[in-house]
Design a binder for this molecule. Structure first.
Ligand code: CTP
Length: 374
């Protein structure tokens, strides 16, 4: 059925939706470009203007994004340093030419016809991430996106000329203008992609790594551990923790990137948990000495496992990507410690200050009782 809001309007789906459809991937959000219209005409049709850097409107019913075709010119440092021109003389091809990668610069008309002046389809089929034009170097976010797409499409290669241009973003200092939110946004997408290690490769090959993630230590095994996280379907927090597990201290990087607290907490807790697990190496999980039990209890307390049991179990799964972990034994230890009736222990002590100590002893005793073999 004809959609009255776009009747007579020249509109095309562009970007990721067209690319993903060509790759046979499930449909995500659709972005539309509108050619030959003014902001006033869009509002008159019932489109809702979205406040922002350039004229984007929400469709009155589908709420999909419609952007006026535009050209861009660099006017300052960083990705905010742009001026836009959205006159009704801007053509679809003009708009496609200002985009980042050829695979993202294919448009599709409502009747299904593909408009592809930059041969994006050929690059989709050949598996190449190639920049559209020299303007690639005007937007440092594109360097992050390049890495993220490499992670998202593991069979795709980055064109040599594109890598060379991406290096310029680093040597010319543009990457230093990236705001933390954008770095985190793209890093998080890259970590959740099917080959996160490839994003690190792109950042490393372009020299961007120390500039966008200062202090991060990437080790030889990081990519493989992240691949394990993908196989085990670990959440973002676990993947971030694996990425950062050789980085000390971790908090400055978290603060700089404004990493969500849950992710940062995982990153702080993982190295300690790995250390605690290593300390018990060679111990038979069902037969513990008093000292083993103490190490286990300390590890549980350190990870705040009693208050956050689900997070603790999750962290064990993350740790498994680094070294063998007796997950069921650890979860049983937690169960034993949880069984201790804290209220009852507290009532046996007269001094409030002594409660912590008594509780610790009771929990330790519970572990010893179950696992000492006596
Ligand atoms: N784009 C660009 N340069 C950027 C950001 C976006 O050229 N720095 C263009 C690309 O054509 C891109 C489109 O805007 O395809 C839409 O951007 P976005 O929705 O952020 O990403 P997608 O490519 O659609 O990918 P995905 O939705 O999978 O993240």
């Amino acid at each position: 059925m004809a959609d009255p809001a776009i009747k007579g309007l020249q509109v095309y789906v562009v970007g990721g939706a067209v690319r993903d459809a060509l790759l046979g991937l499930p449909p995500g959000d659709r972005d539309w470009v509108v050619v030959g219209a003014s902001p006033q005409a869009m509002v008159a049709r019932g489109f809702i203007p979205v406040g922002g850097d350039f004229p984007v409107f929400l469709h009155p019913h589908t709420k999909e994004e419609y952007a006026l075709a535009r050209t861009e010119r660099k006017s300052g440092r960083g990705y905010r340093g742009f001026t836009f021109y959205t006159g009704s003389d801007v053509t679809l091809e003009d708009d496609l030419r200002r985009r980042d990668l050829t695979v993202n610069a294919i448009a599709q008309a409502p009747d299904g016809e593909l408009i592809d002046p930059l041969n994006g389809q050929a690059d989709v089929h050949a598996g190449v991430l190639r920049h559209v034009g020299k303007a690639f170097v005007e937007d440092p976010v594109r360097l992050l996106r390049l890495g993220r797409f490499a992670a998202q499409f593991p069979t795709f290669e980055v064109a040599d000329e594109t890598l060379t241009l991406a290096r310029k973003l680093v040597t010319q200092g543009e990457v230093d203008a990236l705001v933390p939110e954008r770095v985190w946004q793209e890093l998080a997408k890259g970590l959740m992609a099917s080959a996160p290690g490839r994003m690190l490769d792109v950042l490393e090959q372009t020299g961007a790594l120390p500039r966008v993630l200062p202090g991060l230590v990437v080790a030889a095994d990081t990519a493989e551990e992240l691949a394990c996280a993908v196989r085990n379907d670990l959440p973002l927090a676990g993947r971030f923790a694996l990425l950062c597990r050789h980085t000390q201290p971790i908090k400055p990087l978290c603060e700089r990137l404004r990493v969500p607290k849950a992710c940062c907490d995982y990153a702080v807790l993982l190295p300690q948990l790995l250390h605690d697990i290593a300390r018990l190496e060679g111990v038979s999980p069902m037969l513990l000495t008093g000292q083993d039990a103490q190490h286990i209890l300390d590890a549980l307390m350190q990870a705040d496992a009693l208050r956050r049991p689900d997070r603790f179990l999750d962290l064990l799964r993350v740790a498994e990507c680094v070294r063998p972990v007796a997950v069921s034994a650890w979860s049983a230890y937690l169960g034993v410690v949880q069984e201790v009736d804290a209220g009852a222990v507290a009532r046996t002590v007269s001094e409030p200050k002594a409660i912590r100590r008594a509780l610790y002893q009771a929990r330790l005793q519970a572990l010893v009782d179950v696992y000492s073999g006596g």
